[in-house]
Design a protein around this ligand. Structure first.
Ligand code: PHE
Length: 500
């Protein structure tokens, strides 16, 4: 156990009272135990603040022997040991020397020859002198005793040979302060009820405020980094004149999540391996029946210039409830509503919509995938929109995120044609990274809804997790969401600026 503050304080003040000062605290001990300098400084600071003492810091570099250095100090340098192993008269063969000294024979031989202590005679090594002085051993012994050596070049050499290492030490010179006393009164930090009652407060010494002390970090709530990134995306969409789609429900029917999007009922994504289906309630048929008939028609027989998929479409499959696998399930409902408004009023209005919310996929979990994540989706509906408009819109959108270089790769989605994967140049990673998916919604999706046939709809989607991980420098998604997420990290993480 280390010493208490009170013990250290009493010892320091006692010594100063006796000798006038303490030249160096490095050897200060209480009882038989040396006092840790780290414990002394706390006491010194507190005494100095009350001007009881003054102190100066003494920094020294001490040399210490390494294991190898200690071996040489104890047993002599390798070359001296080689010399010692060779008989005064006659010689020793190199293999025999190796037998006696092991690895030391090899290290010591060359240097002993160079120092002209030994020489080769035929196949043998013989002594070339009668006595030697082992400087290395003597110097290391001296360093061990004193912790220093005046010959800097030699010290450098010994450091290189890994025989000594430098260790910094800090200690203190302590002198009397203007208010020196050995009778240090305890400093009160509070006026208590008892002190007031007894009148003790009149004579008490109070601890001064330390206005330089760092404050305690105030407790506060904080947004999760994903929510900060969502806010950033939301701001960009709003600046571009988009309005937000209502996404506040996770459960959808397969109808809106898949069928309305012209995704055939046999599509692998509709398998329980990829999608979380609900068991209770397992189904819902709350979708418009006339529209459902048109969807059935286009899937099974085609129409609107399409030959369809030619299979037996079943409403039972469409009724299955699920946790939405993409926010496009909301976009499809919004477009359907838009088509109804158009049918009622006969007036067409272009729209720009966005959504940012959670989606679910029954995926195997790994460092970059969880079963739930957030999607950002943009949808623009207008007359005569082309792929060029999609590309231009994506450039505008990503420029706001600070991403200037984009590339597109043809892709496939059941509900878009053409479809493009979006790649961005990442300066930090120095490569193209996939950041999203996009396309123009198919006529097989839009026309059964009742949208005018000269209206096209461009759309794109991306996740918020990936840019958030890159922004926060996180390599495992579990550090961002779930029980491994560090709350202190959430608190410290600054406001999102994706382009910074
Ligand atoms: N829904 C797609 C996905 O889950 C993204 C997307 C949205 C693609 C809109 C094209 C158009 O990845």
């Amino acid at each position: 156990m280390s010493h208490t503050k009170e013990q250290i304080q009493a010892t320091l003040l006692g010594l100063i009272a006796k000798d006038g000062h303490i030249a160096d605290t490095k050897d200060l001990s209480i009882g038989s135990k040396k006092v840790d300098q780290a414990d002394i400084i706390g006491v010194l600071k507190s005494l100095e603040s009350r001007e009881i003492i003054k102190y100066e810091t003494i920094t020294k570099e001490n040399l210490e022997l390494t294991e190898e250095g200690a071996d040489i100090a104890d047993n002599g340098s390798y070359e001296a040991r080689v010399f010692g192993a060779i008989p005064a008269s006659g010689g020793i063969s190199i293999p025999a020397l190796k037998e006696v000294l092991g690895a030391v024979a090899q290290f010591g031989q060359g240097r002993a020859i160079k120092s002209k202590w030994i020489k080769k005679e035929g196949a043998d090594l013989v002594r070339a002198t009668t006595t030697i002085v082992d400087d290395s051993q003597n110097v290391l012994k001296a360093i061990r005793a004193e912790g220093t050596h005046k010959d800097d070049r030699l010290v450098k050499e010994l450091k290189k040979q890994k025989c000594v290492s430098a260790v910094k030490s800090v200690s203190y010179k302590v002198m009397k302060g203007d208010h020196f006393t050995t009778d240090v009164k305890k400093e009160e930090t509070d006026v208590t009820e008892e002190m007031l009652k007894s009148g003790e407060w009149k004579n008490a010494t109070f601890k001064k405020y330390n206005f330089n002390a760092e404050g305690v970090q105030p407790r506060s709530g904080s947004l999760h980094p994903l929510m900060k990134v969502r806010e950033e995306y939301r701001q960009i969409f709003l600046e571009l004149g988009f309005s937000e789609m209502p996404t506040a429900k996770y459960v959808e029917s397969s109808f809106w999540n898949f069928d309305a999007l012209f995704q055939p009922q046999q599509h692998p994504a509709r398998d329980a391996h990829d999608t979380f289906f609900l068991s209770d309630p397992a189904t819902s048929d709350r979708f418009p029946k006339d529209y459902m008939e048109r969807v059935k028609e286009v899937h099974s027989k085609g129409g609107y210039g399409s030959i369809g998929y030619g299979y037996d479409w079943k409403s039972a499959e469409a009724e299955k409830l699920l946790l939405r696998t993409h926010t496009t399930a909301v976009s499809s409902q919004m477009l359907y509503k838009l088509a109804q408004e158009y049918k009622e009023t006969g007036v067409w209005k272009n729209v720009k919509w966005f959504s940012i919310d959670k989606v679910f996929r029954n995926e195997s979990l790994d460092a970059t995938h969880l079963a739930e994540f957030h999607q950002v989706e943009g949808v623009v509906a207008g007359k005569g929109l082309t792929l060029g408009d999609l590309i231009g819109t994506l450039h505008n959108f990503f420029k706001k995120l600070g991403i200037k270089k984009l590339r597109f790769k043809p892709a496939y989605n059941p509900y878009t044609e053409p479809s493009m994967e979006i790649f961005a140049w990442h300066d930090g990673l120095a490569k193209w990274v996939e950041i999203g998916n996009s396309g123009m919604f198919r006529p097989e999706m839009l026309l059964p809804m009742g949208l005018p046939d000269d209206v096209s709809v461009i759309a794109w989607g991306l996740s918020t997790e990936r840019p958030t991980m890159i922004k926060c420098g996180i390599d495992n998604i579990r550090k961002l969401a779930g029980h491994r997420c560090d709350l202190a990290f959430l608190n410290r993480d600054p406001i999102a600026r994706l382009d910074k």
